[in-house]
Design a protein around this ligand. Structure first.
Ligand SMILES: C[S@@+](CC[C@H](N)C(=O)[O-])C[C@H]1O[C@@H](n2cnc3c(N)ncnc32)[C@H](O)[C@@H]1O
Length: 503
């Protein structure tokens, strides 16, 4: 027995795995003696994997199942690099990159990430959407939603709405609405033991049943929100069949309009195990189409993912099944001109009575942006705060909406203060005034620490000579936005948010 298995893994877990894996068990157990693996995923909303590999000095090895995923060497600290603060990559465990790859997200899709915090998979989904469609990122725990919001902002995701709601309440508003749904379910986390020893210490034998009952409910709720012809991926980072094949088999038995979309044959992926489903399930055999990522069969900590397709409804029934909820119908009504409404049901006229933040935004855009990067998005107001909401969302009255869209900034007394999220969602050339530091320039880190910097007028890059030197300046690192500053008289006044600073 390895040191790790002997010292820290729960005995009941090991016995269960031994029983399940039989001959394969020694290899599984030995994997706990191996070093954990480190992964990052390049953010295609910012940079292509090839361009990032050119830019970085790190040695990166491709992760076979994720085109943007790479292993990095132990000792590298990707969270402590200016490129991290420019949102060029997300640090993610390699096998956790698999579920989104099975979801087959295409540009223009409406995607739901039902259990999204802290947002690793949401940022991956957003990358697949390439700035089109929308991703609704939901999590039931409000504290965890804060990290989700931050990660979406850091990664420059524009087309996201962030929800903090019980899925039971989402069902009506989003009935038959989504093309793709990811349920990265809360689970007993057995695949995290090598990465986080604390998880192994906390694990309890009854967790599998506790989580399985939550997972059954989540899957049923998600199914209601999927369009006929749509696809849903259910994933966990645990090995127990009770939380994996048994959940899928039970769901298929209850839902004749769903079928497994078999996982692609990728290096190291193992099939699901129908033999681990107790007798009595009519559709257990189909669970072979799921993917199991085992730590002894591939370079990753372990995951389970099953892709499910909702069959197209027969003619006639199709219209009924895809019928959106009344709220969705109202919002989906075509209008001649993009609506500009106040959030939370407040009449737009009332919200605009004082000074309209949208006018302040338009003035700011004229002075500091090349056009209006939020395009035809619906501008949503919350007091003095302005958001660009993705098109086609249903009305979300009664639902806790943490972010109704891309947060653009706020206007107090008619002056617009652009948000950090706006800076992170821009491309460098969308700002009229910018400064660029290389990743190796000490001023990049000083900017991220919140320092005021000296900057000659020659270093200030203006889109054309009519742009005033004084004003909001987009600070870029190796050409990628990292935040705002204000240039005046040779000084770059730092606008990097206090809570984000490099420490
Ligand atoms: C495995 S984690 C998600 C990790 C995330 N997908 C990522 O890649 O960063 C599961 C999440 O489910 C959330 N959760 C638990 N019960 C939930 C429920 N009933 N509805 C929505 N989210 C729930 C937890 O707060 C937790 O953040």
């Amino acid at each position: 027995m390895t040191f790790m298995a002997e010292c820290s893994l729960p005995q009941a877990f090991l016995l269960h795995m031994k029983e399940l894996l039989g001959e394969e068990y020694p290899a599984f157990e030995a994997s706990y003696g191996e070093d954990r693996l480190y992964g990052l995923r390049v953010n295609p909303l910012k940079i292509s994997p090839a361009a990032f590999r050119e830019l970085t000095e790190w040695e990166l090895k491709p992760i076979p199942w994720a085109p943007e995923g790479f292993y990095y060497e132990e000792g590298v600290r990707p969270g402590k690099h200016p490129h991290y603060h420019a949102g060029l990559y997300y640090i993610q465990e390699p096998s956790a990159m698999a579920p989104v790859e099975l979801l087959d997200v295409q540009p223009g899709h409406r995607v739901l990430d039902l259990c999204a915090a802290p947002g690793g998979k949401t940022t991956q989904l957003a990358g697949k959407l390439q700035g089109t469609g929308l991703v609704a990122a939901n999590d039931i725990h409000s504290e965890r939603v804060k990290a989700l919001v931050k990660n979406l902002e850091l990664n420059g995701v524009r087309e996201a709405v962030v929800l903090n709601e019980d899925p039971a309440k989402l069902q009506e508003a989003f009935r038959g609405y989504f093309d793709r749904i990811l349920i990265d379910a809360p689970c007993s986390g057995e695949g995290m033991f090598r990465k986080e020893e604390e998880m192994a210490k906390a694990w309890q034998e009854d967790w599998t049943e506790k989580y399985a009952s939550m997972q059954r409910v989540l899957l049923r709720q998600a199914a209601v929100m999927l369009k006929p012809g749509g696809r849903l991926v259910y994933s966990t980072c645990t090995f127990s069949p009770e939380e994996n094949e048994q959940i899928i088999a039970g769901f298929l038995d209850e839902h004749p309009d769903f079928e497994i979309a078999p996982a692609p044959e990728l290096p190291g992926f193992a099939p699901g195990r129908p033999d681990w489903v107790p007798a009595g399930s009519a559709r257990a055999a189909e669970t072979a189409g799921a993917a199991r990522l085992w730590p002894h069969r591939l370079a990753g900590e372990g995951h389970f993912a099953a892709a499910l397709r909702r069959r197209e409804a027969p003619e006639g029934a199709a219209a009924l099944a895809a019928e959106p909820a009344p709220e969705a119908r109202r919002a989906a009504r075509p209008s001649a001109k993009p609506q500009r409404r106040a959030a939370g049901g407040r009449p737009a006229a009332k919200a605009a009575a004082a000074a309209d933040p949208r006018e302040a935004l338009a003035r700011f855009a004229g002075e500091s942006l090349a056009g209006e990067p939020y395009g035809s998005a619906e501008l949503v107001l919350r007091g003095e705060h302005v958001y660009a909401a993705p098109a086609g969302l249903p009305v979300l009255d009664g639902i806790r909406v943490v972010r109704p869209g891309w947060y653009l900034g706020s206007a107090a007394k008619g002056r617009f203060a652009p948000s950090h999220a706006l800076a992170m969602g821009l491309r460098a050339e969308e700002a009229l005034r910018r400064v660029n530091f290389t990743g190796g320039d000490p001023r990049a880190v000083r900017y991220l620490k919140g320092d005021t910097l000296e900057l000659t007028p020659e270093e200030l890059l203006r889109a054309h000579e009519n742009v005033q030197t004084k004003g909001y300046t987009l600070v870029c690192i190796d050409g990628y936005p990292a935040g705002w500053a204000k240039w005046q008289d040779g000084l770059l006044k730092n606008e990097y948010p206090a809570g984000w600073r490099w420490t």
